[in-house]
Write a protein that binds this ligand. Structure first.
Ligand SMILES: *Cc1c(COP(=O)(O)O)cnc(C)c1O
Length: 367
């Protein structure tokens, strides 16, 4: 079954036929074929992708990626804890919103959606607000496609003895990093982003010594990160409640395909080539990226909408969809833009075809 169009989106994204085929079988959540052969293998492969060093473990959690972020924030921070969130986009803002919902004290550093956080401001806040216990930052802020300076933010947080929570949802598997080198305590991602699986669960790769401190802290039963980990750890990969078996099986296949491609290094190279081909081609057609080139990620790119009065996103979108490409609306509050993703089963030749399709879809030029 071929897809009618390519998803150039931040996830769910286009997957391979073999990943989709992996879902055509039913699995028993109690059986070793599922738990030992699939879930436990996934858990250890994820840890190996995140770091070469010991001391880390992984937990899979039902739900979209946000559920895993909520499970982490709600399970890692004690009653008297306080969270500092770097907020320069919708996903940073969502972490602060989660803290509010859970009645966890929080504060933000919010430089706006097109700027990186000032490290001086982060340090000043850490110095002045002694109540802060945890620091949360998004790696690739999918709102704009910006990469945040996670190494510097994590180093600062560690200098002040804080626990570091990293939302690497849209970057893990697509950008090389070692979370032990970064000294990240909790790293969160999900099945339907750069690993190129389908939606249904997220995962947290955690420093074991920090995860063990989460016992009894969770504010939600189904999102209790410690309890989920404890159950998996002691029952050979068993999930506490119904697990998304088909999604998990597809994810296992996606991990094998990541290995076949040459690992994260090779995938990052492909995404980077996609992104460069995209920006070059779009510039030639007169489109300008929202961000400075230095802030771009290989994941997704925001472009300003054409200033022409005949331009409408929906019409542009439909004309691209007719030609086999689905793009994404913008998410920035103070600029009119749209986004094009570079991740998933997408190759530079697809991006070249996209550029031709964009040229054809520029109806405001034709008039
Ligand atoms: C996709 C994404 C999430 C999670 O979104 P869901 O819709 O809950 O899967 C969180 N953070 C970032 C940076 C993302 O790109």
């Amino acid at each position: 079954m071929k897809n009618e169009y390519l998803l150039l989106t931040p996830g769910p994204l286009s997957t391979s036929e073999t990943v989709r085929q992996a879902m055509l079988k039913d699995w028993c959540t109690w059986d070793d074929d599922y738990n030992k052969e699939i879930v436990e293998v996934i858990r250890s492969k994820l840890v190996a992708l995140a770091t070469n060093r010991p001391g880390y473990t992984s937990v899979l959690m039902q739900g979209s990626g946000t559920a895993s972020v909520e499970a982490t924030i709600g399970s890692a921070i004690a009653q008297d804890g306080k969270l500092l969130v770097v907020d320069n986009g919708a996903y940073g803002a969502r972490m602060a919103q989660i803290a509010d919902y859970l009645n966890i004290a929080s504060t933000t550093i919010a430089p706006g959606e097109t700027s990186q956080p000032s490290l001086e401001a982060v340090e000043k806040t850490l110095q002045e607000d002694k109540a802060i216990t945890h620091v949360a930052v998004v790696h690739c802020e999918t709102t704009t496609g910006m990469l945040n300076p996670i190494q510097e933010v994590a180093a600062l947080a560690k200098r002040y003895n804080k626990v570091v929570i990293l939302d690497a949802m849209s970057s893990f598997g697509g950008i090389q990093m070692d979370i032990a080198d970064l000294d990240v305590d909790f790293m969160i991602s999900s099945a339907n982003k750069c690993i190129q699986g389908v939606p249904g669960f997220g995962f947290v790769i955690a420093k074991l010594s920090e995860l063990e401190k989460c016992k009894g802290l969770a504010r939600s039963l189904s999102l209790d990160l410690y309890d989920q980990w404890h159950c998996m750890e002691n029952n050979h990969g068993k999930w506490r409640f119904t697990s998304p078996t088909h999604t998990v099986r597809a994810f296992y296949q996606a991990l094998l395909e990541l290995e076949q491609e040459g690992g994260i290094e090779a995938r990052e190279a492909r995404y980077t080539k996609n992104q460069r081909t995209l920006v070059q081609g779009m510039r030639k057609l007169g489109f300008e990226p929202l961000l400075n080139e230095a802030l771009h990620s290989p994941i997704i790119t925001s472009f300003y909408s054409p200033a022409h009065s005949d331009y409408q996103f929906k019409a542009f979108y439909d004309r691209l969809k007719e030609q086999g490409f689905v793009i994404y609306p913008g998410k920035v509050s103070n600029a009119d833009c749209f986004r094009i993703g570079n991740i998933g089963e997408v190759y530079p030749s697809d991006i070249e075809r996209l550029i031709e399709a964009v040229e054809k879809a520029m109806y405001w030029e034709i008039k």
